[in-house]
Design a protein around this ligand. Structure first.
Ligand code: ADP
Ligand code: MG
Length: 700
């Protein structure tokens, strides 16, 4: 930690935030900026020029020489193109310049970013458009301007564009509902997100020695270490000095950029950790999560560590997720998922609650799709992660209340009257829902929902686009009903009751890891898409296209492009993994086994020649086992190679994705079993790679 600098001074010191704007912008301009920040008002070009100039002066004061439009193409990471502020003058000198035009719009060449076929039909050029609702910041002497990235035809080529669209439509529909409850007409609603980020840290020398980690971010082979996570001694355990130093530096760098890093702790698996920020407006939370992931990786290197963001870097220990805590807040600071104290507040809360329940039930497939990736497939349904089936947990108390509403009965023994929403009787809601169901994918945790299926490496935008749009859709349907009702309270009561009745199948308070749940979920008609290709096959179901088109979040073309990009990405990942695995086994592991077999047989030959009756059980048995496993592994290797290089591989992307998932991956798993069986037979000095034990338990 920088000496003598207080955290309050440090926080946001590199951000052109509201307070900075207030001090740097003329009063009128600041007001326009505020309207843009809080009410999404467009800035006129003149105002933008004034903002750009002030931003540049501030950035130069802070040592910046360059600026970049910073955007989030469909690669999963961020992109930037740096330009310096310099501009030549007539006398051969330069001035530092930055115009409103440069602030508002950039034109990076879009042709090298994934576009899922949008490029074929539209121009290759793309443009970036300033998102004034996410503050510009300075990193490495560069002014970063958060932007959306679109094709020339206006098609979204990034994560931010649809995210902003989804926030806008949710805001509009929530506003309709709140007005019915008597809110002022200009009430404004934004969604909030707090993404808890899990990650692994390992020693950089182990990372450097493992091609699978370098190329794929996960281990493709590796026998279990004698110790895993069974002792539960890592979770919330004391931090090793090197980890502590890493976290301290990470916090400091994040704070400078205005990221509300709050909680840092060890996670369940050895070498696994978590960072939880304080929640913020969704698009800012997503930008901040991208910054967080990027800084984690860069700062880890300064401590001789490597940060692994993959969902499942190690088999047999927990994988990493990104719990997406989500809620909706008004500009008056009211959390719409916070149970209230009065019947009126509670009626409103219940309406929003059942809206989310209906949204999750209606679009459970899209939620699954929004977390689908090759990496996350190793995690969903595994021991520590929620199953691929999307269900919701709302806690026993709230479930009891919904039951009573549905049955039109009293909520508990002390109350004799039937439950009537918004009229009079309503039970006191328990504020503290400490009973957590860790196995539930979508859990109500007191005043927010926590969606746990998202993978650690993914942008949180993908799931929030779906949640926002689905909830907006339902709120819109609700508003249609309620706005035309003669008796608001009656209609409200009926709507809540009917919604519970129609959608309670999505509520499940039991153990999501239980095999019996899979059967029960099937009976309930819930979808269970185990793999990414299986899930993506439903992306373009008519009801999903209708959802996104109705709410103007994605056009059919944009959606088709996204499906294509996701499928392509899945195929590429598995192809790289298979080739890496083949390479490691052919060039290092089988040769290592062969060398050791030679040593063993030499010992046997020499010893037996000298003394034919010597008993050499270790040498004999190990030689036999190694011969068996390497023969089997070689056979599997050839089969895998055959599949990877097969001339009959499907050319259609969806079919190829299924081929990768159904043929290539199982072959890789089989091969891995044989290699992992060989590993403990070969002396450590002869094994070419750091072991699980080395990587997961690496001392200080
Ligand atoms: P945990 O779930 O680990 O018990 P908390 O309940 O304190 O921890 O919060 C977890 C995450 O949820 C934090 O990132 C927090 O900022 C976020 N969170 C809390 N309230 C909200 C909200 N209203 N909207 C979105 N995220 C929230
Ligand atoms: Mg949590």
């Amino acid at each position: 930690m920088t000496d003598h600098v207080s955290v309050t001074d440090l926080f946001g010191s590199m951000v052109f935030d509201e307070a900075t704007m207030k001090s740097k912008l003329p009063k009128e301009t600041f007001k326009m900026m505020q309207a843009s920040l809080h009410y999404g008002k467009r800035l006129d070009p003149q105002t933008a020029s004034v903002v750009a100039n002030a931003m540049k002066d501030w950035a130069i004061e802070k040592g910046a020489t360059h600026y970049t439009h910073w955007f989030q193409p469909m690669t999963g990471i961020t992109a930037e193109k740096h330009d310096s502020f310099i501009s030549p003058t007539a006398d051969g000198k330069i001035i530092m310049e930055f115009s409103g035009k440069e602030l508002v719009r950039g034109e990076p060449d879009a042709s090298s970013f994934p576009s899922g076929g949008l490029r074929a039909t539209f121009e290759a050029r793309g443009y970036t458009a300033w998102d004034p609702t996410s503050f510009a910041f300075i990193r490495d002497n560069t002014l970063y301007i958060p932007t959306a990235f679109c094709s020339y035809g206006g098609e979204a080529l990034d994560q931010k564009t649809p995210l902003l669209r989804s926030m806008e439509v949710l805001g509009r529909q929530a506003q309709r509902i709140l007005r019915l409850f008597g809110a002022p007409t200009d009430i404004n609603v934004k969604t909030t997100v707090g993404p808890e980020q899990e990650y692994f840290l390992i020693d950089e020398k182990h990372y450097a020695a493992r091609p699978d980690l370098r190329f794929c971010g996960r281990t493709l082979i590796g026998a279990k270490a004698p110790k895993g996570q069974e002792m539960d001694d890592h979770y919330f355990g004391t931090l090793k000095p090197r980890i502590k130093a890493f976290m301290a530096e990470l916090d400091e760098e994040l704070w400078k950029l205005g990221v509300l890093a709050k909680t840092e702790h060890n996670e369940g698996a050895p070498a696994q950790h978590e960072l939880a920020p304080i929640f913020s407006t969704t698009n800012i939370a997503c930008d901040h999560n991208q910054i967080t992931m990027d800084l984690m990786q860069k700062i880890a290197r300064r401590h001789g560590l490597v940060c692994l963001l993959h969902e499942k870097p190690f088999l047999g220990v927990n994988g990493s997720g990104k719990h997406n805590n989500w809620s909706m807040t008004t500009n008056a600071g009211q959390n719409l998922l916070e149970p209230g104290d009065t019947p009126h507040e509670n009626a409103q809360f219940l309406l929003f609650l059942v809206a989310v329940i209906k949204a999750v039930d209606d679009y459970q497939d899209l939620l699954r799709i929004s977390v689908a990736s090759a990496g996350n497939d190793h995690r969903l349904g595994a021991h520590e992660a929620p199953p691929a089936i999307v269900s919701m947990f709302i806690g026993d108390e709230l479930a009891g209340i919904l039951d009573a509403i549905e049955a039109g009965s009293a909520y508990n023994a002390r109350e004799s009257e039937m439950m009537r929403i918004g009229v009079h009787v309503l039970p006191k809601f328990p504020r503290d829902t400490t009973d957590r169901n860790r196995t539930s994918p979508f859990a109500f945790t007191g005043n927010k929902f926590e969606f746990r299926s998202l993978g650690s490496s993914a942008s949180p935008a993908s799931v929030n686009i779906v949640i926002n749009t689905a909830v907006a859709q339902v709120l819109g349907e609700f508003a249609d009903v309620l706005e035309s009702a003669d008796n608001f309270n009656e209609a409200l009561n009926e709507l809540i009751r009917d919604t519970i009745r129609a959608h309670k199948r999505i509520l499940f308070n039991g153990n999501g890891y239980d095999a019996a749940w899979i059967d029960e979920a099937k009976q309930r008609g819930l979808s269970n898409y185990r793999t990414t290709p299986e899930a993506l096959a439903h992306y373009l179901d008519e009801k999903n296209i209708a959802l996104f088109e109705n709410n103007k979040v994605f056009s059919r073309t944009e959606l088709a492009a996204r499906k294509e990009i996701n499928e392509e990405n899945y195929c590429k990942v598995i192809n790289i993994e298979a080739r890496t695995m083949i390479d490691m086994i052919r060039r290092e592991i089988l040769p290592a086994a062969a060398r050791y077999k030679t040593k063993l047989s030499e010992t046997l030959t020499v010893t037996k020649a000298a003394a034919p009756d010597t008993d050499l059980p270790y040498e004999e048995e190990t030689l036999a086992l190694l011969s068996k496993y390497s023969a089997a592994a070689f056979h599997s290797l050839k089969t895998l190679e055959g599949a990877v290089d097969s001339k009959d591989k499907p050319t259609d992307t969806s079919a190829l994705a299924r081929f990768c998932g159904d043929i290539i991956l199982p072959l890789m798993e089989e091969l891995r079993c044989e290699i992992d069986a060989m590993e403990p037979l070969i002396p450590k000095s002869d094994w070419p790679y750091p072991t699980y034990g080395d990587m997961l338990f690496y001392g200080n």
